[in-house]
Design a protein around this ligand. Structure first.
Ligand code: GCU
Length: 137
């Protein structure tokens, strides 16, 4: 994993499981959100200074149905993210969104908004910020 990778398996997980059964993930696994509204993964991203950063979420969705999530930054709603089907659970794609981060630690939470839960979540990268979770060199 690159120094700026925030692996989902190292994040705070509520109603989800770390799994390894679909190849192509980075790090040591991915998070399978429980198929319920409200399951979430929360990443901690350290920003050296406040500003707009691009968040890039790497995911897989082997279904043909979108797996949208709501996004919050430090507890404040920051819109929604669409995670459409990628064609297979082993096909990983990225979705990006620009958000305002504060200086220091930022809590980036993605929460399922449908009964299908979120996608399989591999990692989050954030442009221009240092990693907060002891990256693997
Ligand atoms: C399958 C797949 C899981 C996925 C799940 C889902 O069980 O193997 O990786 O998370 O479907 O639909 O959420």
């Amino acid at each position: 994993a690159a120094p700026t990778d925030h692996e989902s398996e190292a994040a705070t997980i509520s109603q989800g499981a770390v799994e390894k059964n679909h190849a192509g993930y980075s790090g040591t696994g991915f998070v399978n959100f429980d198929n319920v509204v409200g399951s979430y993964v929360e990443y901690t991203v350290n920003a050296a200074q406040a500003g707009t950063k691009t968040l890039t979420f790497r995911y897989a969705n082997g279904t043909t149905v979108d797996r949208p999530v709501s996004l919050s930054v430090n507890g404040t709603a920051a819109g929604t993210l669409s995670f459409p089907g990628t064609g297979a659970w082993t096909t990983w794609k990225t979705v990006t969104k620009d958000v305002a981060l504060a200086a220091g630690a930022n809590k980036i939470r993605t929460t399922s908004t449908t009964a299908n839960g979120g996608p399989n979540a591999d990692k989050l990268t954030a442009s221009g910020v240092a990693d907060a979770e002891a990256p693997t060199p």
